[in-house]
Write a protein that binds this ligand. Structure first.
Ligand code: AMP
Ligand code: MG
Length: 492
């Protein structure tokens, strides 16, 4: 019995200019590394069937399951600010869509499944390292409660891929609310195909913003919806120290999920200028630039939608500008709200942002670890005996003391018991994030020694980021000075 997928493929019913029909290219020796059994069940799939050799053949692209209509989707995009009119799925193939147990439509896509008409010079393949990185980081994001694509499975292919050196090949089965990107709209807008832009917008509204369909101006409501979700998403990234690394318009999801994990990383010591990606030479996608870049990208989306907003171009531009101007407020609300929760503040006071910013400035000056500082503040919130552990993270511990004094004066205005405050703070300040040096070590063990035990262990730790896991305390620690990772690579 092979795995049964109850596909219902709405994207494949859109006009043929939206995609190319293409089957995965078979690989020689598929081997299952990891199956996300909970997610499989959520998708109505039988994890035991998926884990059989026949199931693994599907996950490796060697066998196309019944009901699949494999396609590579067309999209364009601004890459580091430069418009590329045709990108598209060059190494990802959408098998089809499933309706999950909650009634939500989800894409099932194989990343690294072989060449497509959009591959340009690429081989259509993925290397094991980036597949493991995406698996770990996307599942960590999900556990942190941040909207993201998910990882259903990772398999090795038995084939080598040529990068700087030959590397083991792998395929990631990725699950997303959809793979519609800002770049998907740009693809048609650049070709002045307004009918296609409208058809794509209608599809996205039905799928992701059904409330917009009933609005007085559905396409404006759609744009506002995308802006609202992105503003909230970027705030969530910042609140956990996440840096996407390649916020090109083709890597921004219309559904508002984090998508396309490449050289992404979490920062250790707090520094708003942090950049990890080796290809981001000028820091365009640095940590603190992410809100501004999101707004820039959303402006590109708005431009695509102009013909749908109003017949009169000036009127359309006015509507778009008003929608875009809401981004800052929505982002600031989500960011400040999150900072308040991180500091244990339930009420709102005018100086809260300044109080939080004061801490962040001191963290930056004192090279304090972002994640650990907030986690240790949870204990400090319960009583001053928690201060020692927090202050020790600062190069100049007295700098923490001065801030903590201010913070305590503010906490007096809060009605909570110390222990309750600690518990609520621990629910928003993770102990465990996918620290870069850990991710790199996992990849090295897998690639160099075919040892997947470190991957399994890290994945387990990251599945409960907000719980103190006594046996895994070392995973909460930042890297030693000489173990810091400063550069990450796409590895594509
Ligand atoms: P990414 O950097 O993964 O967001 O990819 C940017 C573009 O390059 C997309 O159109 C990808 O499909 C394409 N691409 C990346 N890696 C490969 C590859 N190995 N083979 C073919 N196309 C690729
Ligand atoms: Mg991409």
């Amino acid at each position: 019995m092979t795995a049964h997928f109850a596909f219902d493929n709405s994207y494949a019913r859109l006009p043929s200019s939206f995609y190319a029909r293409i089957k995965p290219t078979p690989v020689s020796g598929p081997h299952l590394i990891k199956l996300n059994r909970n997610l499989a069940t959520q998708l109505g799939l039988d994890p035991d069937e998926l884990a059989t050799p026949a199931g693994v053949e599907i996950l490796a692209g060697r066998r196309v399951p019944d009901g699949a209509e494999p396609i590579a989707t067309a999209y364009a995009g601004h890459q580091f600010g430069n418009f590329v009119p045709q990108l598209g799925d060059g190494r990802a193939i959408l098998l089809g869509e499933l309706i999950d147990r909650d009634g939500t439509r989800r894409d099932v896509q194989l990343k690294g499944a072989g060449r497509t008409p959009f591959s340009r010079g690429g081989d259509g393949r993925a290397a094991l390292g980036p597949v493991l990185r995406e698996y770990l980081v996307s599942e960590a994001m999900a556990a942190l409660g941040i909207p993201t694509t998910r990882a259903l499975a990772a398999v090795t292919t038995g084939d080598e891929v040529m990068r700087a050196t030959p590397l083991p090949g792998a395929v990631l089965t990725r699950v997303a609310s959809s793979h519609i990107r800002i770049g998907s709209f740009q693809f048609f807008a650049a070709r002045r195909d307004v009918d296609a832009v409208r058809a794509l917008a209608d599809h996205a509204i039905t799928r992701h913003y059904p409330e917009a369909a009933g609005a007085a101006r559905p396409y404006l409501a759609f744009l506002e919806g995308v802006i609202a979700r992105q503003a909230r998403l970027i705030a969530q990234w910042l609140l956990v120290g996440f840096i996407h690394g390649v916020m090109n318009t083709d890597n921004m999801s219309i559904a508002g999920e984090t998508i396309d994990y490449g050289p992404c990383a979490f920062m250790d010591a707090y520094d708003p200028a942090t950049v990890f990606s080796s290809i981001d030479q000028f820091g365009r996608y640095a940590y603190a630039n992410q809100p501004g870049i999101a707004q820039w990208n959303l402006t590109r989306l708005a431009e695509c939608l102009l013909p749908l907003l109003a017949d009169d171009q000036n009127e359309a531009i006015e509507q778009a500008q008003e929608a875009l101007s809401a981004f800052a407020e929505r982002f600031n609300d989500a960011y400040l709200g999150g900072l308040r929760r991180k500091l244990g503040l339930l009420s709102e006071r005018e100086n809260d942002l300044e109080l939080a910013q004061d801490l962040l400035n001191r963290m930056a000056a004192g090279e304090a670890d972002f994640t650990l500082t907030f986690r240790r503040l949870c204990d400090a919130a319960a009583g001053p005996e928690g201060d020692a552990a927090a202050r020790s993270l600062f190069a100049d511990p007295a700098s923490y003391d001065a801030w903590a004094e201010r913070w305590r004066l503010r906490l007096v205005e809060e009605p909570q018991e110390g222990s309750a405050r600690r518990a609520s703070m621990q629910r928003v300040n993770p102990a465990f994030i996918p620290r870069n040096h850990r991710v790199e070590a996992v990849i090295e063990a897998a690639v160099e020694k075919q040892d997947f035990a470190p991957f399994e262990e890290l994945l387990t730790v990251l599945s409960k980021p907000y719980e103190d896991q006594a046996g895994f305390a070392s995973y909460a620690e930042p890297p030693a000075r000489d173990g810091r990772v400063y550069r990450t690579f796409c590895g594509t």
